[in-house]
Design a binder for this molecule. Structure first.
Ligand SMILES: Nc1ncnc2c1ncn2[C@@H]1O[C@H](COP(=O)(O)OP(=O)(O)OP(=O)(O)O)[C@@H](O)[C@H]1O
Ligand SMILES: [Mg+2]
Length: 256
């Protein structure tokens, strides 16, 4: 069964969660499974994920702690590999592409907001934000200008020269967000991007994501525990014990 763009749809294990557009999807996951071996026990964390994401979507994933959200995000972001299943990103099947090409794909196309931020503590704010642009060979002057623009947007420009250990958790989270979006990647994967922020700052960050989605066509996959944050996304997916369920499109619900 496929979900059409206007239909409310409840998906279940083995269902392809997909909206019908004419372009091939940016991302296509087919029967993705992830198992971990813990001593004598084999645990299956992802239990057959089927998901299609089109260019320009803004999607939230909600789900209880431990249900597999970060595990899925790491696979989508090419940081980890599935135990089985196929994953196609940008028309390339991940299992059939060389490591070097995967690294290039990750650098060019994907921006991460990690759950634990993963910032470099020895660098100051602006140097952390500029890392993706350094990898792309952007000139120093342009790096500085683009970093300052995005730091302004996340409300951290006045802290540009501060060291990471002089920042609060929420401030570090905003630096991590700035680093993820500064290179305007095709796809942003944000794992609890507002988890350390107060409600107003969290809402500001969601407005920034919506603006980048609308004006620059960037695709967002956002994990959140906060139903209010999830509700601001055009498409909402739930995860439960390693399986995805697609919730009804809020626009459709309002119209019906
Ligand atoms: N490297 C690993 N080895 C073994 N088990 C792991 C590993 N990484 C994750 N797990 C297990 O996989 C399950 C899902 O973890 P994951 O981090 O994806 O959850 P989550 O949905 O992101 O949770 P949270 O909302 O708390 O961040 C957990 O039970 C976790 O213990
Ligand atoms: Mg997680």
């Amino acid at each position: 069964m496929r979900c059409s763009v206007n239909a409310s749809c409840h998906a279940f294990a083995g269902t392809i969660i997909h909206r019908q557009f004419t372009m091939p999807p940016l991302i296509q996951l087919n029967d993705i499974r992830k198992r971990y071996r813990l001593g004598p026990i084999d645990i299956e964390v992802l239990k057959g994920i089927n998901l299609s994401i089109d260019d320009g979507e803004l999607i939230s994933i909600v789900g209880a702690s431990g249900c597999g959200k970060t595990t899925l995000m790491n696979i989508v972001g090419l940081m980890d590999q599935a135990t089985s299943g196929t994953y196609i990103i940008d028309n390339r099947e991940v299992g059939k592409v060389r490591d070097r090409e995967l690294s290039a794909l990750r650098n060019r196309k994907i921006g991460f907001v990690f759950q634990g931020y993963h910032l470099l503590p020895r660098l100051n704010v602006i140097d952390n934000v500029g890392i993706p642009l350094i990898y792309r060979g952007v000139k120093a002057k342009e790096i500085r200008q683009r970093c300052r623009e995005i730091l302004q947007k996340v409300g951290m420009l006045d802290r540009e020269h501060q060291k990471l250990n002089q920042l609060s958790g929420g401030q570090q989270q905003r630096v991590a967000i700035a680093r993820a979006v500064v290179g305007r990647p095709t796809l942003i994967l944000a794992d609890e991007p507002t988890g350390a922020l107060d409600a107003d700052t969290g809402a500001d960050i969601m407005r920034l994501f919506q603006q980048l989605n609308r004006d620059e066509g960037m695709t967002f996959l956002i994990i959140s525990h906060d139903p209010k944050i999830a509700a601001t996304c055009k498409r909402q997916i739930r995860m439960d014990d390693g399986v995805l369920y697609e919730d009804a499109d809020p626009a459709t619900l309002l119209a019906s």
